[in-house]
Design a protein around this ligand. Structure first.
Ligand code: SF4
Ligand code: FES
Length: 238
């Protein structure tokens, strides 16, 4: 059966330990892999049996927590969602671009989450709550359904050339999470968020490169969401 067929895969990993290295360097590992293995399985095997100093993030192993985004053969992907059978026998793993490398495949996500916080990613509504829940029609819920799927993995923002050029750009992930509330009929903070997105480092920095949409493991139509925010800013004249 194909599922049980094993092969030896060369895994080339960009390593960097700030305590001893002045620059990143690659190290390679030969790993036995099954067709059904994911890249995360190979990383675990390397760490557990070959080199315990290898550092990477992971938690759920199911594409839910967003911890293990990295460059896999040059493209931003979650290690737990990419199957070895879909890659060649030589796999190159590198940290996400545009953020400082803490160690090996771990980057400092502080600026990423700071941009997320900038767009006020929570429900704003000071009106007296109704006796029961705040009702919403299926059509109103559908309006922002796509952007509720974000798992904050940072794959989009770190695939974005304008973000590489200047980390002040709020980035696609923050815009996705602004969209999630701007188009929520229960929310009253849209004008506030649109004003933030209309600032110098907001949506107008997007050059529609589409890398973000390609990188998103949740299949969110990020460029559409950004365009909707741009149109809302123009319509609101904020
Ligand atoms: Fe990750 Fe997609 Fe959310 Fe960007 S929009 S942080 S790629 S889940
Ligand atoms: Fe949680 Fe991959 S380990 S998304």
């Amino acid at each position: 059966m194909e599922q049980t067929k094993k092969k030896t895969v060369t895994v080339q990993i960009e390593r960097f330990n700030p305590d001893v290295d002045s620059a990143p360097h690659d190290e390679t590992y030969e790993v036995e892999a099954e067709q059904s293995d994911r890249v995360l399985d190979l990383l675990n095997r390397i760490k557990w049996y070959q080199d315990g100093t290898l550092t990477f993030r992971r938690s759920c192993g199911q594409g839910i927590c967003g911890s293990d985004a990295m460059r896999i053969n040059g493209r931003n992907r979650l290690a737990c969602k990419v199957l070895v059978k879909d890659l060649g026998n030589h796999i190159r793993l590198q940290p996400l671009m545009g953020l400082t490398v803490v160690k090996d495949l771990v980057v400092d996500l502080t600026p990423f989450f700071a941009h997320y916080a900038e767009v006020l990613p929570y429900l704003i509504n000071d009106e007296r709550p109704p006796a029961t829940e705040r009702l919403q029609s299926p059509a109103e819920r559908e309006r922002y359904d796509d952007t509720t799927k974000c798992i904050l993995c940072a794959a989009c923002t770190t695939a974005c050339p304008p973000f590489w050029a200047n980390g002040k750009f709020v980035g696609p992930a923050a815009i996705v999470n602004a969209h999630r509330f701007i188009f929520d009929s229960r929310d009253r903070g849209a004008a506030q968020r649109l004003a933030i997105l209309n600032e110098r480092w907001g949506v107008w920095r997007c050059r529609v490169v589409l890398n973000c949409t390609d990188a998103c493991p949740r299949g969110i139509q990020i460029t559409d969401a950004i365009e909707q925010c741009k149109r809302a800013i123009l319509a609101e004249n904020v």
